[in-house]
Design a protein around this ligand. Structure first.
Ligand SMILES: [Zn+2]
Length: 258
């Protein structure tokens, strides 16, 4: 799962000539194919296409407070702002333009199976101990795609918490599994859009509060019934297949999150 691919080769060498010390650093900006997806052009406001959509999936966790990044393939101001936040979170020049440095960082964060490097399909597909993405209301392909989007938001949340591990207790659940654990009848867990997370170094309130600025429209944590030992995050606002309205619902009363 954790395949580290050499995405970029940097060659540094110094030449010392008699009478003059010259230090030269040469970075070889080789174009590398990524096992999941490769971008072939710079992206900025006004561009559109599948490459924009792929970018949006990966920066959706850098949405504004209480907002989301639409994954619609159109590079608008919200996408540009999310790219800027992504760039500053990783120490890049925050210009809102997705160019070689931004893509190199994404390649660095991305496993060949399209998951971000700190989360895996296995981790999110653990409902009731079964594997596979079937048994929910959506096709297994659609469910798995939702899980990828969930993981990229979790990667952003993890980064904002200081790059400390976030552990997923439960994410996708089949209908049967959801009934078994007493989940809500139209739970986001059925769609692959939800994850229940814990941290060993950050409080649940820190996790719940931070999640507000990472594209999660559903947040439930301490003070909300049944959520004293984990934080539930989901993307209900983007889920057009469920029965809920596409609005933000947050509740972690003990953390001041509402
Ligand atoms: Zn949950």
């Amino acid at each position: 799962m954790r395949v580290n691919t050499l995405k970029r080769v940097a060659v540094a060498f110094a030449l010392a000539l008699p009478g003059a010390a010259i230090a030269t650093v040469v970075a070889a900006p080789a174009a590398h194919a990524d096992g999941c997806y490769t971008w072939n052009r710079d992206l900025y406001q006004g561009r559109s296409g599948e490459d924009v959509r792929q970018l949006q999936i990966r920066v959706a966790g850098w949405a504004a407070y209480r907002d989301i990044v639409q994954v619609d393939g159109i590079y608008g101001p919200e996408t540009a702002a999310a790219v800027r936040r992504f760039q500053s979170a990783y120490g890049l020049r925050a210009d809102g333009i997705a160019g070689p440095q931004t893509f190199a960082k994404i390649y660095d964060l991305q496993d060949n199976d399209c998951t971000p490097k700190h989360f895996s399909y296995t981790e999110l597909d653990n409902g009731c101990g079964k594997g596979g993405w079937s048994g929910g209301p959506l096709s297994s392909t659609a469910t798995r795609e939702n899980a990828v989007r969930t993981m990229w938001k979790l990667e952003a949340l993890r980064r904002s918490l200081g790059d400390t591990p976030l552990y997923v207790n439960s994410a996708f659940r089949s209908i049967a599994c959801n009934q078994q654990v007493g989940g809500a009848s139209d739970s986001q867990h059925l769609y692959g859009t939800a994850a229940d997370v814990v941290s060993r170094s950050r409080s649940l309130c820190q996790v719940a509060k931070s999640a507000r600025s990472h594209g999660f429209s559903g947040i439930f944590g301490p003070g909300y019934p049944g959520h004293s030992d984990h934080v539930h995050v989901d993307s209900r606002r983007e889920n057009n297949r469920d029965r809920s309205s596409n609005t933000t619902t947050w509740s972690a009363p003990n953390c001041g999150v509402s």
